[in-house]
Design a protein around this ligand. Sequence first.
Ligand code: NI
Length: 177
Amino acid sequence: MIYEIKKYGEAVLREVAQEVENIDNEILEILDNMVETMHEAKGVGLAAPQVGISKRMFVCDQGDGVVRKVINPIITPMTDKLMDFEEGCLSVPGIYKKVQRPEKIKIDYLNEKGEKVSEEVEGFLAIIMQHEFDHLDAVLFVDKISPMAKRMINKKLQMLKKETLKENKYGVNDDRK
Ligand code: NI
């Protein structure tokens, strides 16, 4: 099943997501649907809040066919070295801006079988995982761009939010600085 992707202005994107307590059939089905939705949207990652489910999990596939289903992740930076990468987000369509993030991280999580996984990842995959992880803490990449870049996209963001609110009376007027 393909989910509708929640857009900028939607309240759920600004809620801190809840830990997954039981990896039951419902969770597994949601994760499968999230993978399907991500692939259909040609995205490289998708977090549960982006489909209106406020749970700490995301899926990603950097394009090498390896799909990760990540539950209750914890991220630890492994370097002070920051990497500049032009990011976008399925929830913030049409906007791409540079964000700085640590280029190497350790990520601990549960996979869909409930197994503990610990991975050290760098480069593109590290960027994706940090971006998706941020969604679980209600943070969007546009919160992390430079003040000048923010000024440049402010109008676009306001328009996006307006559209979202028009479509959905449950959206909220919230653009975190
Ligand atoms: Ni995103």
